[in-house]
Design a protein around this ligand. Structure first.
Ligand code: SF4
Ligand code: SF4
Length: 353
């Protein structure tokens, strides 16, 4: 699989200030994206005044979380203790999983890192723009934190972006503590968190068996569906890896198609998978998706709430899915009886009253 260049991602592109070095370099190489990106940059900011969901007291709460993340993202790497502690792989794997859960992770797995899990070049920060990513740790500790169902089912209102921000903050803090801990034991470790990733977290999570990537490009876990945020710590401490698991999501997405119907940006394909960079998959239109975020003022999340697996499907039915179309149909039927086209709660949560 071809490695992804972080410079092409929406958040990196939106960070290129007009006439900066990054701006000139990127649009010289990608002239066809210049007008599209200039138009997107001219829209109000996410959580900003002028967006459909802007609230002068609520929107800054999410903004504050992202500002905090931006302040701490420089701490993802650090000095490694010279005194190495002997750490047998089996014991360390068990310990790291238990400690991550103690810190708030709901799911934890270990991936054997492959080159395509890493970006090819960095793009998010002007000081590292264009740097090649060529230092590969051997293992990825990947964990998922849960986002509250009642918050996500209010997508695309303000509750959604608050839940997502909380997810990023929770994941960043767990990753920080675990990476500091491993360095304290004398091994290299790096936290990958919002605004400072070298890895593509959903690919690492899929490799470690936490879930499978669905039609809308987001990881689906059996336990929480898409109501999760991911964190990754890469390291060289010896660990035992988990296996990737195919539990039938691709087949399910083929007959479900719900997210492509409810997406307000028409950004999710409704047809078959395509061969993209050597892999059969669906690819969302990231410009159309991001345009919705800038107009609505949250990161939308309608597809997260639409996905049946985000609404507590019985694990027994999910485990039978791969060999039984009957189980898939039952999941869809139960969802439709309960939620119709998708769950949507208009009434604000007590938290925001
Ligand atoms: S976040 Fe919203 S706009 Fe983006 S793909 Fe999901 S439903 Fe569509
Ligand atoms: S809503 Fe349906 S089609 Fe979309 S990701 Fe979830 S299971 Fe797949």
């Amino acid at each position: 699989m071809k490695r992804i260049d972080e410079r092409d991602t929406m958040f990196a592109r939106m960070g290129y200030k007009k006439d900066s070095e990054q701006y000139k370099d990127y649009y010289k190489r990608n002239p066809h994206k210049k007008q599209i990106d200039d138009d997107l940059r001219a829209l109000p900011n996410i959580c900003g005044e002028g967006t459909a969901t802007f609230h002068p007291l609520h929107s800054p709460f999410a903004d504050a979380g992202f500002r905090f993340l931006s302040d701490i993202k420089k701490y993802v790497e650090g000095e490694v203790n010279d005194n190495k502690v002997e750490a047998p792989a089996q014991e360390m794997t068990k310990k790291i999983k238990k400690l991550s859960k103690y810190l708030g992770a709901k799911l934890v797995g270990i991936a054997k890192m492959k080159e395509y899990h890493f970006y090819s070049h960095r793009g998010r920060n002007p000081e590292s723009y264009g740097e090649k990513v060529n230092e590969f740790h051997k293992y990825g500790i990947v964990f998922a934190v849960e986002m509250d169902r009642h918050m996500i089912n209010r997508a695309p209102q303000c509750e959604e972006v608050i839940a997502v921000t909380k997810g990023y903050v929770d994941a960043a803090i767990i990753g920080m503590w675990i990476s500091y801990y491993i360095r304290e034991l004398g091994y290299r470790a790096r936290n990958h968190m919002d605004g400072n990733y070298l890895v593509i977290a959903p690919l690492v999570a899929q490799e470690a068996g936490l879930g499978e990537i669905g039609r809308n490009g987001i990881l689906i876990t059996k336990e929480y569906g898409q109501r999760i945020r991911l964190g990754v710590v890469t390291t060289d401490i010896p660990l035992i890896v988990d296996q990737r698991e195919d539990f039938g999501i691709k087949e399910f997405c083929k007959i479900c198609n719900k997210c492509s119907k409810t997406c307000p940006g028409k950004a999710i394909p409704h047809g078959d998978m395509e061969l993209i960079d050597g892999v059969m998959r669906w690819k969302i239109n990231q410009e159309q998706c991001y345009g919705v975020w800038r107009r609505i003022g949250t990161d939308c999340g309608v597809c997260l709430s639409t996905c049946p697996f985000s609404q507590e499907v019985s694990l027994d039915l999910i485990d039978k899915m791969k060999n039984s179309e009957e189980s898939m149909k039952r999941i869809l039927k139960e969802y439709e009886e309960k939620h119709g086209i998708r769950p949507y709660i208009r009434e604000p949560l007590d938290l925001l009253k």
